[in-house]
Design a protein around this ligand. Structure first.
Ligand code: ADP
Ligand code: MG
Length: 217
């Protein structure tokens, strides 16, 4: 893969803060609204796996184009959303390139949208697993997003500091997330979204108690 030519920095610092996030909610639950408030989309290094073309970033539509851009960027700016067929193979190639980019320089924000389509519950693919486990020590921030947490890889869930949960569609998701957030299914589902006026969600930092918050538009 070889994105960057020579690593010049000591690129593993276990004392760096963990800002990794898991974002879970049905369509329209406010995932994007929350991310727009939380992530600086104007930052110099930001890379998205963006199958639905949700993010306002320069876009490439092939892994080859992404790799070319990554090689050109080296340790410098790279701002790109990757929109390709959401296959496990493409996702793993994307993760491999992002892993090298995150190793090359920091800070860097990484968004991985609808990971349930491209990961498995049983075992993380190699580079996705590496990325989940090491990105924090490289000074990066990884946001993994899904509507179906119970069907997605668990590696990221063990590596996040923040868990965000908006309105959910299925009982299976609600049950799963109630466990993750440490609240009852009823509490979890008590959030009220008012169209175009507000979204509510639960957010949990580390092992602290989850809190309900509101974004008003
Ligand atoms: N800036 C905004 N002003 C008013 N309503 C908004 C704004 N951003 C999002 N919304 C509304 O908030 C809800 C959540 O949207 P969104 O964040 O796109 O959901 P998701 O990403 O989870 O699918 C939608 O009903 C959307 O219309
Ligand atoms: Mg969205």
């Amino acid at each position: 893969m070889a994105v960057a030519k020579k690593p010049t920095l000591k690129r593993q610092d276990p004392s760096l803060p963990n800002n990794n996030m898991l974002i879970v909610g049905a369509s329209g639950s406010g995932k994007s609204a929350f991310l727009r408030k939380t992530i600086d989309f104007a930052q110099k290094r930001i890379v998205a796996w963006d199958p639905e073309e949700d993010y306002a970033l320069p876009r490439v539509t092939s892994i080859e184009a992404f790799l070319k851009l990554a090689r050109k960027s080296g340790y410098g700016p790279i701002r790109v959303a990757v929109t390709v067929a959401p296959t496990e193979e493409n996702f793993e190639r994307w993760a491999g390139i992002v892993f090298e980019l995150s190793h090359a320089a920091a800070p860097m924000a990484i968004l991985a949208d609808e990971i349930a389509d491209v990961t498995r519950v049983s075992k993380a693919s190699y580079y996705w697993g590496q990325l989940c486990r090491k990105v924090r020590k490289y000074g990066g921030t990884l946001c993994a997003i899904t509507q179906r947490p119970q069907e997605a890889d668990k590696t990221i869930m063990n590596q996040v500091e923040y868990t965000w949960c908006g309105a959910l569609k299925t009982q299976a998701s609600a049950k799963y997330m109630a466990g993750e957030m440490g609240v009852s299914v009823d509490e979890l589902q008590s959030i009220k979204n008012i169209h175009r006026k507000q979204i509510q969600f639960w957010i949990r930092k580390g092992t602290e108690a989850a809190k309900m918050e509101t974004i008003k538009f």
